[in-house]
Design a protein around this ligand. Structure first.
Ligand code: ADP
Ligand code: MG
Length: 701
């Protein structure tokens, strides 16, 4: 394996400002897009390629296929009927006509298009009023004397950067590429691996992607399947994998309190529950027990579908710490959820004589001072709260177990802040238990969670009838009033979820308000409440609590109710504009019903016509309620570029890799990570520094 010096690492870090033509203002604009060093430019890959190396006869054009065309102007028409418009018809030797249509243009442009002028243009035709047309093609009017050269290579199109024209950007990238180090000093992957996978060297890959040769496989390039792209994706995925493994190794160097007693408190809790644990809950609890009995910090993720009963497993784990006279923190991402945990834990633990303390942002003044004092003195045995738990002012007496619910809603940073509160003396850190209801396809779990141990509660408590899911076109909205009446007259409760494509809180809140008023007017006999993100926390809370207590029949809400809310008596959910939500989110929302014994229904209201993708999403939901199946389908449906977002899964945002597209590389990535960590740890460090380098926040995690 090459152990070349790290000269290239320095070349990579040279600031862009050292390039010609980059003054402070340009540098600032580049920096705003995260482009700081030469390496950032090497990896600022074209988002597309334009093939101007050939001409397509007009007769062979097809809608949706991007092409270069050349023809003579046959007719020009300028219209002003609704808005300014320019239509230019061109024809070529293939005897067919194509319309170029412009909505924004200058009169100088109009004059260029004399009848008979030769025009070469590039764009994507679509069906128009009179055959195919291209709206706003890029075009050039050619000289009369024919014989203009075609391009010799594919033209790269870079992601636009505000304030920097495409030509300047292309020049900057070219300058940066001139300073690309030679192959030997740039390469960090073992040659035998590249050979076996038939992937090019890093240098070759970067150059190919910026300046694809004429014979490059264009369709592979455009779909991200080209070996050069796979090569970069491989290295990037490897870097992330290595960085996560490093974190895990670093964590294992710490000590943690051993929480192994005879388990009497946990047993008493279990006996007091009104239900029996499922086999899956029991298995996961046993895994947690085994972790806690070791002097090493646990970092375990419990994945469990909505309603699988994660909370009680967390409570049982908490009892192991409390039994040892140590403290537990349980953090939830929203006040609503944290309150629900507080209620549950109160009900379960108070009879056992365990002191549960509440600490959220809205706990202020004397109450806050008292809570902080109890946390610091150790009187508080289990502390439940929100982000407020992670604030500096919160000092624990002896925190041994930190539990984080719906961990994807918290940043790594916040989770670490809680971990760092481990007093326990002697540099020990608390055990960490994180819970999520967002399943990750098995293929991705190792990539997302290489730093965690993962348990799955893959079984729902018995007696739940699966939610019946139906999709209805929005015009059938009036029928729903009857459905709601029917459910509520049987003493059941219902949710009406408002969503809009415009994600601004303001607009969604408005729509929810309107819907609330309409429903309220239509069903004066029902008790209806409204919850949205723009309401004061106290008002939101009051409405939620009333719903939980059964004092409200119908809750009109925005997606604030998405995560974790548990009201078993609710048996009907209506989701508006369901076609606009992703699978994972729809699944989460639907999980609010079907939590009790009653048969539940989820109505997905959609605005026709449905796109193919939206139809598949709604069909998937109708067919299954298994979170893992839905997650796999989600991965399959999302095209490249529609990554699993950081927000949803806690996965890193990649520059080049796309987990949907590149999942096939993962086995190699994992094997390569093992090998490098064992054989060439320095090489591994350099790979991490190259791709994840800026993320010093991970250091020692
Ligand atoms: P989630 O995993 O979505 O956080 P919860 O912990 O909120 O699920 O549990 C959902 C509901 O199921 C709660 O009302 C809880 O008390 C109940 N529950 C949990 N475990 C069981 C079980 N083994 N049998 C019956 N009900 C259970
Ligand atoms: Mg939960």
């Amino acid at each position: 394996m090459s152990q070349a010096g790290s000269g290239h690492d320095e070349a990579a870090r040279i600031p862009i400002a050292s390039l010609k033509g980059v003054g402070p203002r340009v540098a600032e604009k580049l920096a705003a897009r995260g482009l700081l060093t030469l390496q950032d430019l090497w990896l600022h890959l074209p988002r597309q390629y334009e093939d101007r190396t050939r001409l397509t006869p007009i007769a062979e054009l097809r809608a949706g296929e991007t092409v270069q065309v050349e023809g003579r102007v046959e007719a020009v028409e300028r219209g002003f009927r609704y808005r300014p418009m320019l239509r230019v018809a061109i024809a070529d030797d293939s005897q067919a006509t194509l319309v170029l249509r412009f909505f924004h243009f200058r009169s100088q442009q109009v004059n260029q298009f004399r009848v008979g002028a030769r025009v070469r243009c590039y764009g994507t035709p679509r069906p128009g009023q009179h055959g195919l047309e291209i709206v706003h093609p890029s075009y050039r009017v050619l000289d009369e004397e024919g014989g203009e050269d075609l391009g010799e290579a594919l033209d790269p199109v870079y992601p636009a950067i505000e304030g920097i024209g495409p030509v300047s950007l292309r020049r900057l990238v070219a300058q940066a590429l001139d300073r690309l180090p030679d192959e030997a000093s740039l390469e960090l992957l073992p040659a035998d691996v590249l050979d076996a996978l038939r992937l090019p060297s890093l240098r070759e890959a970067v150059l190919t992607l910026h300046r694809p040769p004429l014979d490059a496989d264009v369709s592979a390039l455009l779909t991200g399947q080209h070996p050069a792209q796979r090569r970069l994706a491989l290295e990037e995925l490897l870097a992330h994998q290595l960085s996560l493994r490093r974190q895990r190794i670093a964590l294992q160097r710490h000590r943690a309190p051993v929480l192994a007693g005879d388990g009497v408190l946990a047993r008493r809790l279990e006996q007091s529950l009104p239900f029996r644990l499922t086999a899956a809950q029991r298995r996961v609890f046993e895994q947690v027990c085994a972790d806690l009995a070791k002097p090493l910090p646990m970092l375990r993720l419990v994945q469990g579908d909505v309603g699988s009963g994660k909370t009680v497993v967390a409570a049982l784990a908490a009892m192991l710490a409390v039994e040892q006279g140590r403290q537990v923190a349980l953090a939830a991402p929203t006040e609503l959820l944290a309150e629900q945990h507080l209620r549950n834990l109160h009900a379960w633990l108070q009879p056992l004589g365990v002191q549960v303390t509440w600490l959220a942002g809205k706990v202020t003044g004397k109450a806050r001072a008292k809570a902080l004092e109890d946390v610091a003195s150790g009187v508080a045995q289990v502390v439940v709260g929100t982000h407020a738990l992670m604030q500096e002012a919160v000092v624990f007496h002896d925190l041994a177990l930190a539990i984080v619910d719906e961990q994807h809603r918290f940043g790594v940073q916040q989770r670490l802040a809680l971990r760092d509160k481990g007093a326990a003396g002697g540099g020990a850190v608390p055990h960490q238990l994180v819970m999520t209801a967002t399943p990750i396809p098995r293929t991705l779990a190792m990539t997302a969670y290489a730093d965690l141990d993962v348990s799955a509660i893959d079984e729902l408590p018995p007696g739940r009838t699966p939610v019946q899911t139906v999709a209805l076109a929005a015009e059938r909205r009036p029928e729903l009033v009857e459905r709601i009446r029917a459910a509520c007259s049987e003493g059941r409760q219902a949710y009406w979820v408002c969503t809009l494509i415009d994600e601004s809180d303001e607009v969604v809140a408005q729509a929810a308000q309107t819907t609330f008023e309409q429903l309220d007017a239509a069903m004066p006999e029902l008790r209806i409440a409204l919850v949205h993100g723009r309401m004061k926390a106290a008002a939101k809370q009051a409405a939620m609590q009333a719903f939980t207590r059964g004092e409200i029949d119908l809750l009109v809400a925005t997606t604030v109710i998405e995560v974790g809310v548990d009201v078993p008596n609710a048996s009907l959910m209506i989701i508006e504009n369901a076609e606009r939500l992703g699978l994972a989110q729809l699944h989460q929302l639907r999980g609010r019903v079907g939590r009790g014994a009653a048969a539940s229904t989820c109505v997905l209201l959609y605005q026709p016509p449905l796109s193919q993708m939206a139809r598949q999403r709604l069909d998937t939901l109708r067919q299954t309620s298994d979170g893992f199946v839905i997650a796999e389908k989600d991965l399959e449906l999302r095209g490249p570029g529609e990554l699993l977002g950081t927000r949803q899964t806690g996965l890193a945002d990649f520059r080049i890799a796309d987990l949907g597209r590149d999942a096939g590389l993962l086995p190699q990535v994992h094997a390569l990570a093992d090998r490098l960590l064992a054989e060439a740890p320095q090489q591994a460090d350099r790979i991490v520094a190259r791709w994840v380098g800026g993320a010093a926040r991970y250091a020692g995690a």
